[in-house]
Design a protein. Structure first.
Length: 471
């Protein structure tokens, strides 16, 4: 058996006739890799000095006021208000920033969906084991011609998938505004509770001072005076806890807004009532405006487009091949392939897509049912809290104030019933603290109701769907 190595002349002749220049031209369109590192030190500096660059935020706030009349001027010189905090959160909230970047990933896919497949370069060669034979080779270019129309459907599906991300972003923005409102009133309530305790401690200190004088004069038993000192110590311990709660609530609020925990920016308290618009048909409003339902509607459209794409995949595309070969003589190569959808016909993909569409429909319907129950539960909670607040505001707290004033007069006259005094002091604080809890619960429930009703949309133009007032 004779073994022959390929002659250098034959390979040189093949390389000369290969369209290397065309191959290099194809590679020019490829992108190059660029390294990008993380600079957390720069991130720290930007994080700690965000409020120094607010021009873009002021412009955004001005545009926001055109559609939301509740927004005021963006000016941090007089402190950071609730409305200004909402604007900052729309810029810097961590979850919102991630949601926008995730939407950018889907946008990148959408912008490059439905593109023709790249051509395929093929090459084969044979060297006959004969001294006089030349290298035989063939070069082909394969191209898929999308006559099925699936590329257009792929673009429609990519558009639908991007719409889902946009609706998720709208839902995140709307929810973030409501979370900021809830965190703001929670912090404001914590500040008010601290003030209540400080006022309570001042009263107990005043009373304890009088008790000490009566004890020294022998007009008050030492054990009764000690009860007041115990109460004073407990109130001071409660004040430390209240101060911690206030600080924790402030940090949580700053985290939502996206500001550094070390910021010295003054926050303006807000305990003004949050009104929820009343609609003749609130369920219709939820269907049209709720941001969670909007996500489910967009997801259902993706399922529709996916089914449409799977159905279109039944129809074949043409695989066309064109090339050049050299055996004994130069020759032109031509071939094509056309799949025949008889046995498979993408039945599995179509069945799965159809089932996923029904799943998306069920998710939308179940979300609507859950939101309906949540609206009814929130409305009932608001009604109950309003009735409790009325009792405390109109009966309990006024009577406690009257009781405290009468006791104050008796104490100043030197008449002191220690047990009666302690009971009044304790009940007074508990009553006012309970009223703060009810106010906070009412605020949170009203904010949750606003979240369920959704932002104003252009879909509600009928007079029956316009808000009738606040509750």
């Amino acid at each position: 058996m004779r073994v022959r190595h390929c002659s250098s002349v034959a390979w040189a002749r093949w390389l000369y006739r290969t369209p290397a220049v065309g191959l290099c031209a194809l590679l020019i369109g490829c992108q190059s890799y660029e390294r990008s590192d993380i600079d957390l030190q720069a991130t720290r500096i930007e994080f700690e000095h965000r409020l120094e660059q607010t021009e873009a935020i002021s412009d955004f706030a001005a545009r926001l006021r055109e559609t939301d009349q509740s927004q005021g001027e963006f000016d941090l010189w007089d402190g950071l208000s609730l409305g200004e905090g909402e604007v900052l959160a729309l810029f810097y909230n961590p979850r919102l920033r991630l949601a926008r970047l995730e939407a950018g990933v889907v946008l990148a896919r959408r912008d490059h969906a439905g593109i023709w497949k790249d051509p395929v370069l093929g090459f084969n060669a044979a060297d006959v084991l004969s001294a006089s034979s030349a290298l035989e080779y063939g070069i082909t270019i394969g191209l898929t011609i999308p006559i099925s129309g699936r590329l257009g459907v792929e673009r429609d599906r990519a558009d639908a998938a991007y719409e889902v991300e946009l609706q998720r972003l709208v839902d995140m923005e709307w929810s973030t505004r409501q979370w900021v409102r809830q965190a703001w009133v929670s912090w404001s309530t914590a500040v008010e509770r601290t003030r209540l305790l400080e006022s309570q401690i001042e009263r107990v200190e005043h009373t304890s001072g009088i008790a000490d004088q009566l004890e020294e004069a022998g007009e008050l038993v030492r054990s009764e005076a000690r009860l007041l000192r115990i109460e004073l110590a407990e109130q001071r311990a409660s004040l430390r806890q209240a101060q911690l709660d206030e600080h924790t609530a402030r940090l949580a609020l700053l985290g939502l807004i996206g500001l550094s925990p070390s910021t010295s920016q003054v926050l303006v308290e807000s305990l003004s009532p949050v009104g929820s618009a009343m609609y003749d048909d609130p369920i219709r409003r939820i269907i049209a405006s709720n941001t969670e339902l909007a996500i489910q509607r967009a997801a259902y459209q993706v399922a529709e487009e996916t089914l449409r794409l799977e159905v279109r995949k039944q129809y074949p595309d043409i695989d066309l091949g064109l090339g050049y070969g050299n055996e004994d003589d130069d020759r032109l190569l031509l071939g094509f392939a056309l799949p025949i959808p008889l046995l498979n016909a993408n039945r599995g993909g179509i069945a799965e897509a159809r089932a996923n569409r029904e799943l998306a429909r069920a998710r939308a319907e179940i979300t609507f049912e859950r939101l309906t129950h949540a609206f009814a539960e929130t409305q009932s909670r608001i009604d109950s809290i309003k009735s409790q607040r009325a009792i405390y505001e109109q009966e309990v707290v006024p009577m406690l104030d009257t009781q405290s004033q009468e006791l104050e007069k008796l104490i100043n006259l030197g008449e002191m019933n220690t047990l009666f005094l302690l009971e009044t002091v304790t009940r007074s604080y508990e009553g006012k603290s309970r009223l703060l809890d009810l106010q906070l619960a009412h605020q949170h429930a009203a904010i949750e109701l606003n979240r369920l009703l959704g932002p104003d949309t252009p879909y509600l133009n009928d007079e029956d769907d316009q808000p009738r007032g606040d509750q």
